[in-house]
Design a protein around this ligand. Structure first.
Ligand code: THU
Length: 130
């Protein structure tokens, strides 16, 4: 199954009763395994988590640490882009060249990269460690 189809499928499981905005994310890791995540909201609003964060957590739980490709899907007129926090989370496990595909359920698709989403990402090099 294509990566975006995995994201589309897991989006159905999103728990978003407050925003009513379901998001699905799928990551293909270096091992070839695919990990998925959906947004999970909470009545204490800041405790909600994004789809990308869920997919990253699943990836680590599955024993992978290197993202090779990501797909994110939501409804709306245009594809969403990962929030600032998720861009940093993705950067932790992905090279700047990694492809990010963003889609709407209606079929609009944008392709970008991790580096284009978060230029100048904070990294270990800023602490003089790599
Ligand atoms: N959301 C994601 O899951 N990923 C993003 O990249 C942006 C926003 C979620 C968070 C919240 O549950 C809902 O979308 C509305 O912001």
């Amino acid at each position: 199954m294509a990566l975006m189809d995995k994201a589309r499928e897991v989006r159905e499981n999103a728990y978003a009763p407050y925003s009513e905005f379901n998001v699905g994310a799928a990551i293909r890791a270096a091992s070839g395994a695919v990990y998925v995540g959906c947004n999970v909201e909470n009545v204490a609003y800041p405790e909600g988590t994004c789809a990308e964060a869920g997919a990253i957590a699943a990836m680590c739980a599955g024993g992978d640490k290197e993202i090779e490709e990501i797909a994110v899907i939501s409804s709306g007129p245009q594809p969403i882009t990962p929030c600032g926090g998720c861009r940093q989370k993705i950067s932790e496990f992905a090279a700047p060249s990694v492809k990010v595909t963003l889609a709407t359920t209606g079929g609009v698709t944008i392709e970008t990269t991790v580096g284009d989403l978060l230029p100048g990402a904070f990294s270990l090099s800023h602490m003089g460690e790599g």
